[in-house]
Design a protein around this ligand. Structure first.
Ligand SMILES: *Cc1c(COP(=O)(O)O)cnc(C)c1O
Length: 639
C-alpha cells in the first residue's frame, strides 16, 4: 500500500495516492495540507482552492441538511472552455480551414441551472444545444444563447416537434433536424411546405464501426438509430426530388457514451468522413459534420481503455478528430466542414459532487470474550475455544477449517435448541476473533494458503451513508458505473478501516461495493474510524452527468438538497443558489397521495384515540404536531 514518511507517519501524500485523487481529479480536486479535499476553479489553479469542508460549514449554517448535491459552476465553465480551446488549438496546429462548434446534449443534465450556465458561458464559443425530445426542444428554444449557436434535433420527431423547429428556423436560428428514420422526411417535407420554410436537414448514420464500452449498442449495424446505406440513398433521392438538396447540410452519428478507446473513435470518424464525402459528391452542399458524444471521463484515473476510463487526453481527442476528418476530406478535395461534437458527459461530470454524512457503522468485530470459558459450555463451544488457544503461524489453514466446521455445527445445534442465545453469541465472537487473527497473520506467513487468499478483503465494515443510491447514483446501481468516492476530511490520518458503503433505503442493492482503482476495481474503500460527536463526510465525485434525472424514488427518498457555489478568483466563494430537496409532502404527491387527506385521516385516528381513552387531548396535539412536522420534512435522515 502507500508509503509513509521516514518516521513512519501517515501523510497527506499517502492519502492522495490511496484514493487516486490526482489521477481522477483532473487538476480540479486535490488535498489541502490540513487533510481536506479542495476544489479549484480551473485545473491546477491553486490560488482558487476551496475546501469542501468549508463549503459544508456554509451549508450547515444555512440550515440545510445532508445529503447535498454540490455544484461548482466554475467547473462547467472550465470544461466548456477546455473543449473549445482544445479544438481551436488542434485546428490551428493542423491548418484546418473549418471551425469547431459544440452543442450540449440536454439529456445529460437537464437541470435548469445547468443549462442556463452552459448556454450563458458557452455563448462566447457559440456553444449550442442538442435536443432529443419535444420537451428538450422547448428548453433549447428558450435557452439558446444566440442565433450563432447551433440547435441540433435528434430523436423521434412528430409534426409538432417539426413545426416548433421550423418556427425556430424562421426566427433565424440554425435549427437542424437530424433524420433518424425515413418516415421523418415525409413530415419535414409536408410541414416545411405548409409553413413555407426551408428546413435545415441532417442525416443520422448507422455506422458499421462498433466501439467497446457500456453503450456499445448505440453504434454499429444493429443500432436502433440511424439510416442504413439503402435508406440513405432513398432519403437522398426524395430530398432531391423535393428540390431541397441545398437544405441537406449535416451528417451525424453517435457511437455511444463513454468510449474509452481512441482507436474506436478514430475508426468511426473515418467512416463518417467517407459518408460525408459521398454526400458532397451526390450534390448536397453539406458544411457540418456532427460526431455525436462519446468523449469519455476518466473515472478511475487509470488512463486506460477500461470502461470507466479513457486512453486519450482531451487534446489528443481533438487532434485526432481534426486530423482524421482532414485526411479523408483532403484526399477528395472536399472543403473542411464545421466540426460539431455533442459532448455531454465530459462537460458536466466534474461539476457535481454528492456529499453525505455517515450515520453509523457495522464492523465485523467480536463481542467481548471472557478469560475462561463459562462452566458447562457445550463441547462444540469448548472445541472452538481450543482452536483459538492453539493457533500458531504454522497451523492457520487447519485452524481456519476447524473454526468454520465448529461454527457450522454450533449453528445447527442452535436450531435444534441445544445451544442458547448467549452460547451462540459467544461462539460467534470467538469465531470472528479467530478470523481476525488469521487475517492479521497472513502478512507474516511465507505462503498464504490458497483458501485464505482474499480473507482480509472480506473482513470489511459497513458504513451507512445518509443518501440513496437509487436517487442520487442510479448508474452505480443499474450499470455498475464506478464513481470516485472518498472521505473529504481527516486525510492527514491513516484510514485504518476497510468498508463498503450502504445507503438508507434498506434495499440490499442500496450499496456501493465497487471502487475506483488504478489497476482493478476494489471491493472496499479505506475509511477512518468514526469519532464520537463528530460528523464523518464522504464525497462521491464526477456525478454531474446522467445521474440527476435517472434517479428514482425508491423507498420514497426524494431529490436531495442542491447547493451551487461559484469560486471567485481570490479563492473566496459564493453560494449562488440553494434548492431545497423534496419534502415527504412532495414525494407523497408524486405517488398520487393527497397529503392534506393523509393529515385529516390521521387527525381522525388521533381523535378516536382520545374518545377511546388512549391519549389525552394535550397528547393528541403533540402527536398531530409531530405528524405534520414529519410530512413537511426532508426525506433523508435529519439530526
Ligand atoms: C446521449 C447522447 C449524447 C451525449 O453523449 P456523451 O457521451 O455524454 O457526450 C450525444 N448525442 C446523442 C445523440 C446522444 O444520444
Amino acid at each position: 500500500m502507500a508509503k509513509q514518511d521516514i518516521l513512519g507517519r501517515w501523510s497527506i501524500n499517502d492519502s492522495a495516492n490511496l484514493y487516486g485523487i490526482k489521477d481522477w481529479g483532473a487538476g480540479y480536486f486535490d488535498l489541502s495540507p490540513a487533510g481536506e479535499v479542495v476544489v479549484r476553479a480551473a485545473p491546477g489553479d491553486k490560488g482558487s482552492e476551496v475546501s469542501l469542508m468549508e463549503i459544508i460549514s456554509g451549508i450547515n449554517e444555512r440550515g440545510m441538511g445532508m445529503p447535498v448535491l454540490l455544484r461548482i459552476e466554475n467547473l462547467l465553465d472550465s470544461q466548456i472552455s477546455r473543449l473549445n480551446e482544445s479544438f481551436r488549438k488542434a485546428m490551428r496546429n493542423l491548418g484546418y480551414r473549418g471551425r469547431y462548434q459544440g452543442v450540449f446534449p440536454i439529456k445529460v443534465n437537464q437541470q435548469a441551472q445547468v443549462i442556463e450556465e452552459i448556454s450563458r458561458f458557452g455563448g462566447r464559443f457559440n456553444h449550442g444545444l442538442e435536443a432529443g425530445s419535444k420537451a428538450e426542444l422547448v428548453i433549447a428554444l428558450s435557452m439558446l444563447h444566440s442565433r450563432d449557436c447551433l440547435l441540433i434535433c435528434n430523436g423521434y420527431k412528430d409534426e409538432e416537434f417539426i413545426r416548433l423547429g421550423l418556427h425556430a428556423v424562421k426566427l433565424g436560428y440554425k435549427c437542424f433536424f437530424v433524420i433518424e428514420t425515413p418516415a421523418e422526411l415525409d413530415i419535414i417535407l409536408k410541414e416545411s411546405t405548409a409553413l413555407d420554410v426551408r428546413p435545415l436537414i441532417g442525416i443520422r448514420l448507422k455506422l458499421s464501426t462498433r466501439a467497446a464500452g457500456h453503450w456499445q449498442d448505440s453504434g454499429g449495424d444493429n443500432s436502433i438509430f440511424g439510416l442504413s446505406t439503402n435508406q440513405m440513398v432513398d432519403v437522398l433521392d426524395r430530398i432531391k426530388a423535393a428540390g431541397l438538396i441545398d437544405c441537406l447540410q449535416l451528417l451525424h452519428y453517435h457511437l455511444g457514451s463513454q468510449i474509452p478507446n481512441i482507436r474506436d473513435i478514430r475508426a468511426a470518424i473515418r467512416e463518417t468522413a467517407r459518408y460525408y464525402a459521398e454526400m458532397v459528391k451526390e450534390g448536397a452542399p453539406m458544411g457540418y459534420i456532427d460526431l455525436g458524444g462519446g468523449l469519455a471521463v476518466d473515472y478511475d484515473g487509470s488512463q486506460t481503455n477500461f470502461v470507466h476510463s479513457k486512453n486519450y487526453t482531451l487534446d489528443e481527442y481533438c487532434a485526432d478528430v481534426v486530423e482524421v476528418v482532414m485526411e479523408i476530406l483532403d484526399s477528395g478535395e472536399i472543403p473542411h466542414p464545421v466540426i460539431i461534437t455533442e459532448s455531454g458527459r465530459a462537460i458536466v461530470a466534474y461539476s457535481s459532487i454528492l456529499l453525505f454524512n455517515v450515520l453509523d457503522t457495522n464492523t465485523w468485530q467480536a463481542g467481548s470474550i471472557p478469560e475462561t470459558l463459562p462452566g458447562e459450555s457445550p463441547e462444540l463451544l469448548e472445541n472452538l475455544w481450543l482452536v483459538r488457544q492453539s493457533m500458531t503461524l504454522k497451523n492457520i489453514q487447519e485452524c481456519y477449517n476447524d473454526a468454520v466446521y465448529y461454527r457450522e455445527e454450533i449453528r445447527e445445534q442452535f436450531k435444534h435448541g441445544n445451544i442458547t442465545l448467549r452460547q451462540r453469541a459467544l461462539s460467534d465472537s470467538i469465531f470472528i476473533d479467530i478470523i481476525h487473527r488469521i487475517a492479521a497473520s497472513l502478512d507474516k506467513v511465507k505462503r498464504v494458503p490458497p483458501e485464505l487468499v482474499g480473507l482480509q478483503e472480506v473482513l470489511y465494515d459497513v458504513y451507512y451513508g445518509n443518501f440513496s443510491v437509487f436517487q442520487s447514483l442510479p448508474d452505480a446501481w443499474a450499470i455498475d458505473q464506478i464513481f470516485p468516492l472518498m472521505p473529504i476530511h481527516r486525510l492527514q490520518e491513516e484510514p485504518v478501516r476497510r468498508a463498503i458503503i450502504a445507503d438508507i433505503t434498506c434495499d440490499s442493492d442500496g450499496k456501493i461495493d465497487k471502487f475506483a482503482d488504478l489497476h482493478d476495481v476494489r471491493k472496499t474503500i479505506p475509511v477512518h474510524t468514526l469519532r464520537e460527536n463528530e460528523e464523518y463526510y464522504i464525497g462521491v465525485f464526477l456525478v454531474g452527468a446522467y445521474q440527476e434525472t435517472l434517479g428514482d424514488l425508491h423507498n420514497l427518498m426524494g431529490d436531495t438538497n442542491v447547493v451551487s457555489v461559484r469560486i471567485n478568483d481570490n479563492g473566496s466563494f459564493d453560494f449562488v443558489r440553494e434548492i431545497e430537496g423534496d419534502s415527504i409532502w412532495d414525494i407523497l404527491t408524486y405517488v398520487e397521495y393527497e397529503p392534506k387527506n393523509l393529515v385529516a385521516r390521521f387527525r381522525d385516528k388521533a381523535e378516536q384515540a382520545v374518545k377511546d381513552g388512549y391519549i389525552s387531548v394535550a397528547e393528541r396535539r403533540i402527536v398531530l404536531d409531530e405528524f405534520e412536522a414529519s410530512i413537511r420534512g426532508y426525506t433523508y435522515y435529519e439530526k
